[in-house]
Design a protein. Structure first.
Lengths: 216, 226
């Protein structure tokens, strides 16, 4: 199993709970906004601590409240692509791309800057500042930054939602190529049925206040 | 300008420079604590940091006199003699500048998008590296603005200084104290005018620099010290 997640967390009045076993490929968490989809990704990344439960990816336990395991985010090797790109405004595109690459153990790097730049078609952007990028450009750079950090898996939080239709198609193709060509397990969050149908190997519905069941 | 006036100006620059450099890490630490910390007594700390801003300066000077006088705790146990020394003038200036510095820095720390820090963590950066590579550079314009503002405040410091370290040529006679002294004796209008012009230029320059730095806080954010 790529993703084994059984967590519970209370945030204000909302109880977020999920029990899923995701296979290889792209596992989509699908549900309305407010269902806690982003919180689930934050828990897998280590940015939000579950009240209890267990999170394992590709056989390695990242969090286990019973066993007292809680790897800090910098040791989880998650490639997190955020909804808003979240590029560092004080660094040029090139330095954004290399931020995680420079920190990664050389043995964990499986992509070079040149590979990523070719793969994503962002060569003309390298010297630009993030604030000068369009939404689609920023999102491709954010994907490149995540891939270059040598991740074992990807977390994608509505990576298409801030894009117009033309950019959507372009970034969606990139995600399909990551899924098929790189074979990286992806946990993908979306509220868009069409997007999920096209991309997902497996869909997990998530509703507020409820336990979600896996359906293939 | 006479050699005495040059001495006054250079001493003012030295006292203010040292005051700001020594206060910088303390002010940044306090600003960080007040912007990010959650602890009991935070409101009290906030009020204490701002106290020199509203307290009569003569009271601040008197408190320093008590603390650092020959029989005060700092004088007796630490063996520190700051009274009637330029170092005492620097301490008084530092305490008076601290609230302004903390305010400017705190605003810039609060303006940092914390989600960027989370993103850096997921990319493999430990907390200290996130601080050095993300938080500190993003807070830098505010940090510099605070330093310049503190420098300007130190140049103008009068009440606490004259109470604590008096008016000693070459040691504690800074620009405002020299102006005050010159005003006590008739016929010194020219000297007063020259020193006043210097004071205006230094203060105005520092304010402009600090406002320009604060405006450089980045796209989508606006910073002001004025």
């Amino acid at each position: 199993m790529s993703f084994e997640i059984a967590v519970e967390r209370r945030l204000g009045d909302t109880r977020i709970a999920l029990d899923l076993a995701g296979g290889p490929g792209l596992t989509a968490l699908f549900g309305p906004s407010g269902a806690g989809k982003s919180s689930i990704l934050n828990m897998v990344a280590g940015l939000l601590r579950p009240d209890r439960g267990r999170i394992a990816v590709a056989g390695e336990t990242l969090f286990d409240s019973a066993a007292g395991i809680d790897l800090p985010p910098e040791h989880r090797r998650a490639g997190y692509v955020f909804q808003d790109g979240r590029l560092f405004p004080h660094r040029r595109v090139r330095d954004n791309l290399l931020y995680g690459w420079r920190l990664a153990d050389p043995a964990h790097r499986w992509m070079t800057l040149d590979d990523a730049v070719d793969f994503l078609g962002i060569a003309p952007l390298l010297q630009r500042w993030p604030r000068t990028l369009s939404g689609g450009e920023a999102q491709r750079v954010a994907i490149g930054r995540a891939l270059l950090s040598g991740p074992r898996f990807l977390l994608m939080d509505e990576p298409l939602s801030s894009l117009d239709m033309a950019r959507r198609a372009e970034v969606m193709q990139v995600i399909e190529r990551i899924r098929d060509a790189l074979g990286l397990p992806i946990l993908y969050v979306s509220h868009d049925r069409a997007e999920v149908d096209r991309l997902a190997s497996q869909v997990v519905p998530l509703a507020p206040e409820g336990m979600a069941d896996t359906q293939a | 300008m006479s050699p005495e006036e040059w001495q006054v100006i250079l001493l003012s620059l030295k006292v203010s420079g040292v005051a700001v450099l020594l206060t910088l890490p303390i002010a940044f630490g306090l600003a960080w604590l007040l912007a990010r910390g959650r602890f009991p007594g935070k409101l009290l700390l906030d009020a204490l940091v701002h106290l020199p801003l509203v307290l009569p300066p003569v009271v601040t000077g008197w408190l320093l006199l008590i603390a650092f006088g020959p029989s005060g705790p700092a004088g007796r146990w630490l063996g520190l003699t700051l009274m009637f020394r330029w170092t005492g003038a620097a301490l008084a200036a530092a305490i008076m500048a601290l609230p302004l510095m903390v305010r400017a820095m705190r605003l810039s720390i609060e303006a940092i998008d914390r989600r960027l820090e989370g993103a850096a963590r997921t990319l493999g950066a430990a907390r200290w590296r996130v601080f050095l590579t993300i938080s500190l550079p993003l807070a830098m314009p505010g940090l510099l603005a605070g330093a310049v503002l503190g420098f300007a405040r130190s140049i103008g410091e009068f009440g606490a200084t004259i109470t604590f370290v008096s008016n000693i040529p070459g040691e504690t006679r800074t620009i405002p104290i020299a102006i005050y002294g010159a005003l006590q004796i008739p016929g010194n209008e020219a000297e007063v005018t020259r020193l006043a012009i210097i004071a205006v230029l230094l203060s105005l320059g520092a304010l402009l620099v600090s406002e320009l730095l604060a405006r450089r806080m980045g796209p989508g954010r606006s910073g002001h010290v004025l």
